[in-house]
Design a protein around this ligand. Structure first.
Ligand SMILES: [Fe+2]
Length: 293
């Protein structure tokens, strides 16, 4: 009998992985999980209670481990490449960066490197209220668009920048804040519709998406917000109610996510590892570089 089984959560998104810690690193488990990540996009491993080193070992089995937030505040967990996601000022003295996670985003969009392939998150401490993570499949959102709309957006390019994803966090961004966010990131131009090497397509959207290149600002922003709303509809999304020790992995190439607000004083802590991407999006480049070429 197989030691790993995937249970579907919703038709377009989500799977529960039934496996014990003892069988987690088995080749059969790794292959099943890699395939399920493609098919289900978000995978929940209920109450697996991985230590940092166990999470790192599993990350290494699934792909090329890395970190895209070496420059981000809070990068001080016990194991290398484990980032603590928390608003707790004892761990992270600049929690504004983590407040950005209250809004829909894709991880690592404003870094000049291939987009991280997948993110792994273990719940170490929960908030008494809030703190659920919501996921939306931008593969399903794209696939379900009417054909005319697919054609209309097919060749559009979008400027993504970190200060746009920080805009909702502040009443206004100070000059020092702008300098800080710009030092941590690279403004990137990405295609709105990402055609993967496999031929599959997904939308590249989130609050970091600032405007559509070559369109009047209001028109482009309206389109981006409409697509975000479309993708966030219940059919394409899943809200995870965390239990302590849950591990969730998502396919960052076709999933945007956000967290339901929780209190800074709650002590909520998530330990994150990242599988790096190997394939750059076709047509993706730093903003300045595009202007120069
Ligand atoms: Fe994130």
């Amino acid at each position: 009998m197989s030691s790993v089984r995937i249970e579907t959560i919703k038709p377009h998104i989500g799977g529960i992985v039934h496996v014990t810690k003892q069988h987690l690193l088995d080749n059969e488990t790794v292959q099943t999980v890699q395939q399920a990540l493609e098919d289900r996009n978000v995978l929940v491993f209920p109450q697996l209670h991985l230590t940092d080193s166990e999470q790192v070992a599993f990350t290494d089995k699934l792909g090329k481990r890395g970190s895209y937030t070496q420059k981000a505040p809070g990068n001080d967990a016990s194991a290398k490449d484990v980032y603590t996601v928390t608003l707790d000022k004892k761990v992270n003295r600049q929690p504004e960066y983590v407040l950005g996670t209250f809004f829909w985003h894709i991880d690592g969009v404003t870094i000049d490197q291939p987009l991280p392939k997948a993110t792994l998150l273990t719940a170490r401490r929960l908030a008494p209220s809030g703190g659920q993570t919501e996921f939306s499949s931008t593969y399903a959102a794209y696939e379900s668009l009417p054909d005319a709309e697919k054609r209309a957006i097919e060749s559009l390019k979008v400027l993504h920048r970190m200060e746009s994803s920080m805009q909702p966090v502040f009443e206004h961004l100070s000059a020092e804040d702008l300098v800080r966010w710009r030092a941590m990131s690279t403004p990137m131009v990405h295609p709105l519709v990402w055609t993967h090497a496999s031929g599959r397509k997904s939308l590249v959207i989130g609050t970091h998406a600032d405007h559509v290149i070559g369109q009047p600002i209001a028109h482009g922003r309206s389109l981006l917000i409409r697509l975000q709303e479309w993708a966030a509809q219940p059919a394409f999304s899943y809200r995870h109610e965390w239990s302590e020790g849950d591990l969730v992995i998502w396919d960052n190439w076709g999933v945007m996510h956000r967290v339901v607000p929780y209190d800074e004083s709650s002590g909520r802590r998530m330990h994150r590892t990242t599988i790096m991407g190997e394939e750059r999006m076709a047509g993706s480049a730093p903003f300045e570089q595009r202007l120069a070429s």
